[in-house]
Design a protein around this ligand. Sequence first.
Ligand code: HEM
Length: 228
Amino acid sequence: MAPLMVVAAAFVAFSLPPYLSLDPAQSRVPAPDFFPPHFAVLSLHVVFGSIAMITCCLQIWPWFRARYPRAHRRIGRVYVFAGCLPSGLLGLTVGVATPWGPVTMVSNVLLALLWLGCTLAGWRMARQRRFADHRRWMVRSFALTMSIVTNRIYGVLFGILFFPPARHDLQRRRDAADADDRGPERLARLGAAPAGGRVVAGTHRRRQAPRPHPHPHPPLNLTTDHHT
Ligand code: HEM
C-alpha cells in the first residue's frame, strides 16, 4: 500500500502546482481558441482528480477498511462527490475541447464516461447494501482513477516499442547525407558513434564496395562533342 501512496503523492505533487497558480501560462495543455474557460475547467478537474487519487489509496486498503469502517464510509463520499464525479464531469468537458485532435478526444470521452459510470455504480451498490458488487465496481473505479498514472507509463513504453525516434532520425539523417554534396563527410560523423560501439563489441562489418556518390550538379563535360 505504501508504494501506491508514494506514487499518488508524487503524481499530485508534480501535477497540481501549475493548476493552483491561477496563471494560464503555467498550463501543460494549450487552451484551444474556441474554449476560453479551458484553463479554469482543467484546473478544477486536476484539483478534484487529486482528491480522488489521494482518497482512493485509503479506500482500497483492506486494513483501513476493516479497522475504520465509519471513516471508510465518510472518505468514500468524499471520493465520489468531491473527487470522481466533479473531476469526471470537468474531464469530460475539457476532453471534448482537447487541443490534441479527434483520437484523443474520443479516448478522453470514453475514459470519463467509464470513470463516472463505474463510480456511480459502486456508490449505488453500497447504498443498496450489495457489498460484493460495491467492491467490484469500486475496484474498477480505482483502476480508472489511477489510469492517469498507468496510462503515462504504457504511453512511454509503447512509444519506445513502436516508434523508436532515435533510429528513424538516424536513418533520415543518413539518407540526407547520402544525397548531398558533403555526404561522405557527414556520414563519417553520423556513423562514428554507432560504428565505434560495434567495433568495441566486435560486431562491425567491413563495407563490400564503396557506394557511388550522387552529385546534384553533374560536372560539365568540356571534352566530348555532343553536336554530331
Ligand atoms: C480517469 C478519468 C480522467 C479523465 C477522463 C481525464 C481527462 C483529462 C483531460 C481530457 C485532460 C486534458 C488533456 C487533453 O486535452 O487531452 C486531462 C488533463 C489532466 N488530468 Fe485528467 N482525467 C482523468 C483523471 C484524472 C485524475 C484522477 C487526475 C489526478 C490528479 C488527473 C489529472 C490531470 C492532470 C494533472 C492533467 C493536466 C495534464 C498535465 O498537466 O500533464 N486526471 N485529464
